[in-house]
Write a protein that binds this ligand. Structure first.
Ligand code: S3P
Length: 450
């Protein structure tokens, strides 16, 4: 939903070690896709472990508006009675995707090849984000988009009457764009081809196969070539959503920087297209142990143990790893502030068009807490101050961005003086139990300004 309540200022203070088990919620990317593909299948898809964050709840509401029957059976168990590929009804009201770029972009793709019209909006953050990257390929299918200046929401999509399949090379490494094109391709007769130079998260491809779509994936000179055969009959599935590695990242990174910590995060998704942060942290010398590796619902998972790591070293993060850790740069830059030496993060200009300009938000917030930063259009360099070395005492602006909010709260758990954020409200979009979960591990979080 677009409306955020009053801002919730929050302060994190250095306290004892973080210890115990962190049961983080379900994966956000997989949760969105479960609802959308469930709505495009014929019959009942059952989902357990769905993330009940606001972003996903907004997608559930949208699927209802397009005619699917979506039921909350409590405790993360949901069902979706789908309407079939091409079966979406025209929504009677505006679709409000709240804070979620993934929600709006995937849903636009899913409806763009059905002859219906839908108008989309979102909160102030989402209304500022570029949609041209989605509407350009959707136009090739025959869909039309009418939005605000610069391709911004609110925007109306008029679905194609006689959609033609497309061959599309992604101009940016974006799983949202790839997924929108594949979802649109479902209702176009013939073969839709998406080519990505750098591999991005592949949950859509995995799940499309699980629902019975014909999908061929090859690796060639151009990159990964994904060929989807249109108009499949999608078969409903039972989906177990793994826990979100992007949410786990906060508990894990906090454990690495808070003295004496030892935290276990069970059952987190470790799809290689998502796990770049953990590889990077290990290169920096973090004490991470993966146990009990297994497969769950077509995705690799493991239990991850993270312990306080006083000798973390700054590194040059491989730019080609960016797509596999794109949401984790904010929390990585916090860890980097507690490392010895500088951490250089290059090739990350996509961070400027996330829920906020994350390079700017992290740079300003870390500076306010006494950390020396260098930045340019697609680079962030953090000069580490060593374990316990970050002065803190500053206030960070979160700009309606959940990951900025959680990153600075984690920073405050290890900094010398408390760290405040102006608004913890956006955390509910992806990690509604962040506050009690972190408190349960021993974190000191208070709803106040420092
Ligand atoms: C997502 C893709 C990424 C990521 C976002 C979730 C997805 O966005 O930042 O949080 O579920 O497909 P981009 O596709 O814009 O890189």
């Amino acid at each position: 939903m677009s409306g955020h309540g009053d801002p919730i200022p929050m302060t994190a203070c250095r306290a004892g070690p973080l210890t115990g088990t962190a049961d983080v919620p379900g994966d956000k990317s997989i949760s969105h896709r479960s609802l959308i593909l469930g709505a495009l299948a014929v019959g009942e898809t059952r989902i357990s472990g769905l993330l009940e964050g606001q972003d996903v709840l907004d997608t559930a509401a949208a699927m209802r508006a397009f005619g699917a029957e979506v039921t909350d059976h409590r405790g993360g168990n949901w069902s979706v009675h789908g309407v079939g590929v091409g079966g979406f009804a025209e929504p009677e009201t505006v679709i409000d995707c709240g804070n979620s770029g993934t929600g709006v972009r995937l849903i636009m793709g899913a409806m763009a090849t059905t002859p219906i019209t839908a108008t989309f909006t979102g909160d102030a953050s989402l209304r500022g984000r570029p949609m041209g990257r989605i509407t350009d390929p959707l136009a090739l299918f025959g869909a039309r988009a009418h939005g605000r200046e610069g391709g911004r929401l609110p925007m109306t999509i008029v679905g194609a009457r006689a959609p033609v399949p497309v061959r599309y090379t992604l101009p940016v490494a974006s799983a949202q764009v790839k997924s929108a094109v594949l979802l649109a391709g479902l209702n176009a007769i013939g073969q839709t081809v998406v080519i990505e130079a750098e591999p991005t998260r592949d949950h859509t491809e995995r799940m499309l196969r699980g629902f019975g779509a014909e999908l061929e994936i090859t690796d060639g000179d151009e990159g990964r070539v994904i060929t989807l055969t249109g108009q499949p009959e999608l078969r409903p599935q039972d989906i177990v959503v793994p826990r979100d590695p992007s949410s786990a990242a906060f508990a894990v990174c906090a454990a690495l920087i808070v003295e004496g910590s030892d935290v276990l995060v069970p059952g987190i998704g470790l799809n290689p297209t998502r796990a770049g942060l953990f590889t990077t942290l290990q290169e920096m010398g973090a004490d991470l142990v993966f146990e009990n590796r297994r497969e769950q619902g077509g995705e690799p998972v493991a239990d991850l143990r993270a312990r306080f790591s006083p000798d973390i070293q700054g590194i040059e993060v491989a730019p080609e790893r960016a797509p596999s850790m794109i949401d984790e740069y904010p929390i990585l830059s916090v860890v980097a502030a507690f490392a010895n030496g500088r951490t250089v993060m290059r090739g990350i200009c996509e961070l400027r068009v996330k829920e906020s300009d994350r390079i700017d938000a992290m740079a300003r917030g870390l500076e306010a807490n006494g950390v020396h930063i260098e930045e340019d259009e697609d680079t962030l360099i953090v000069h580490g101050m060593g374990a316990g070395g970050v002065p803190g005492g500053g206030r960070a602006a979160t700009h309606l961005d959940h990951r900025i909010a959680m990153s600075f709260l984690c920073c405050g758990l290890a900094a010398q003086k408390p760290v405040s954020i102006d608004d913890a409200g956006p955390i509910t979009t992806s990690f509604p139990i962040f506050e009690p979960l972190m408190a349960g591990l021993g974190a000191q979080l208070e709803r106040r300004n420092a």
